[in-house]
Design a protein around this ligand. Structure first.
Ligand code: SF4
Length: 220
């Protein structure tokens, strides 16, 4: 598959409207505070951003609450430091309903079919919320993650965006042009909580439990 430069596409898109003095409304699906950091820094000069926090993939609920509260704190501090007015909308948490279709892919490795469906469901929430609430664009922070393939995420968005014809999808590759470096810097600057696993119980099993088991074996 030929690689598409989504970073260049995102810059061309903002250039389309910024010279006209426009500041479109963007519904941003955000997974966590670290992934929101540079993403907001990138987007807020061009867009009036509202974070749509829908991450029912996260298990257990205590971890969901921790990440949700951290996003709220980060946005509050980001707004003060940068004289911005980013808003956050929290959609209801329903882990069992969210995981229903994903469980068939329980044994898939991270990055496989289970994750593709998980990305899709969360991008849909941003498109749906944006299209029902008068937004111009929707997108996700997911392309900033080192562990996630931006080509795959944008291809999924391309497939589902036509279902929401009254809103545009903002294609992105936030990790490009030192995006990841800025995440590292901003994590320190805002003292952000960094989770140890992606989100669902399967990622917990495959990262945290696997690491602990390895340590136990080494200590024997
Ligand atoms: S590993 Fe992450 S992206 Fe994949 S299904 Fe679990 S929570 Fe979703």
């Amino acid at each position: 598959m030929e690689k598409i430069n989504y970073y260049n596409i995102s810059i061309a898109e903002v250039n389309n409207f910024k010279d006209q003095g426009l500041r479109p409304k963007l519904a941003l699906h955000a997974c966590c505070a670290p992934c929101s950091s540079h993403t907001l820094e990138f987007l807020t000069p061009f867009f009036a951003v509202t974070i749509v926090y829908q991450n029912s993939n996260i298990y257990p609920k205590a971890e969901f609450k921790k990440r949700r509260d951290e996003v709220e704190r980060f946005v509050r501090e980001f707004n003060i430091k940068n004289n911005q007015d980013v808003k956050v909308v929290f959609l209801p948490y329903d882990h069992e309903a969210f995981m229903k279709e994903l469980r068939v892919f329980a044994s898939e490795k991270e990055g496989g079919k289970r994750c593709h469906l998980c990305y899709e469901k969360r991008i849909v929430e941003a498109l749906k919320y944006g299209s029902e609430n008068g937004f111009d664009y929707a997108t996700t922070t997911l392309t900033i993650s080192r562990q996630k393939n931006s080509q795959v995420i944008n291809a999924i968005a391309k497939k589902i965006a036509p279902r929401y014809p009254n809103i545009k999808y903002f294609y992105s590759d936030f990790k490009k042009k030192a995006g990841l470096l800025r995440v590292r810097e901003m994590k320190k600057e805002y003292n952000l909580y960094q989770q140890e696993y992606c989100g669902c119980e399967y990622s917990y099993r495959d990262t945290v439990l696997a690491r602990n088991n390895k340590k136990d074996t080494e200590n024997r």
